[in-house]
Ligand binder design. Structure first.
Ligand code: B4P
Length: 187
């Protein structure tokens, strides 16, 4: 069974790789960042709630994010597995995911930790800013997102490691090379 998480700092390649891995494994990739951005674009209530936090590089409040993930994981296409990209991002979200999966009578099979050094991450995201113009890809906001990752998200890696779930994968090198490493880790 493939019930997987992909965790890593901003710019590590989570979104890029989640799409590729999910296609290879025939499971849905669920990106909380993408769901928020689609809602911001569509000017929905959820988008309005999330926008100010995303633009500042802060985490969207757990009450909003947890509800959204609960709804998404309850859908039928996740029954054979899923790859969650960008969730959980703090210990409260880990606890909520534990509750959601227990209610669905499911459990996690693995956590993919994608790594890269901070300067590479900043350069990648500044490169994306030129191509895509995402509102949170300015240098100040990128550095703040890296701090938020270090203080809020990095501790959950230890938590999952203590459960024996984490496979660490080097995110440097070509996109194809990273995909191959991730697929080897899953298999
Ligand atoms: P995300 O959408 O998750 O954004 P991200 O951390 O920057 O990662 P992303 O997946 O987009 O980038 P990737 O590394 O693939 O979150 C955005 C915001 O949403 C958060 O700051 C927060 O406000 C909010 N949010 C999301 N989830 C939340 C949660 N659970 N709780 C609360 N708030 C939440 O790629 C980056 C760039 O690197 C791309 O341009 C890509 O082309 C490039 N790249 C990838 N792999 C490469 C490689 N091997 N070599 C060179 N470049 C590469």
């Amino acid at each position: 069974m493939n019930r997987l998480l992909i965790i890593g700092p901003p710019g590590a390649g989570k979104g890029t790789q989640a799409v590729r891995i999910s296609e290879e494994l025939s499971i849905p990739a669920i990106s909380t960042g993408d769901i928020f951005r689609a809602n911001i674009k569509g000017e929905t209530e959820l988008g309005r709630e999330a926008k100010q936090y995303i633009d500042a590089g802060n985490l969207v409040p757990d009450s909003v994010t947890n509800r959204m993930v609960r709804d998404r994981l309850g859908q039928e296409d996740t029954s054979e597995g899923f790859l969650l990209d960008g969730y959980p991002r703090n210990t409260a979200q880990v606890e909520e995911l534990d509750r959601i999966l227990a209610e669905l009578d499911q459990r996690l099979d693995g956590v993919l930790l994608l790594t890269a050094d901070n300067e590479e991450l900043v350069q990648r995201l500044l490169g994306r800013a030129v191509q895509e113009g995402r509102s949170d890809d300015t240098e100040d906001v990128i550095r703040h997102r890296l701090d938020v990752y270090a203080s809020e998200t990095a501790p959950i890696v230890d938590l999952y490691a203590s459960r024996g779930l984490v496979s660490e994968v080097d995110g440097l090198g070509s996109i194809d090379a990273v995909t191959e490493r991730l697929l080897s880790a899953v298999r």
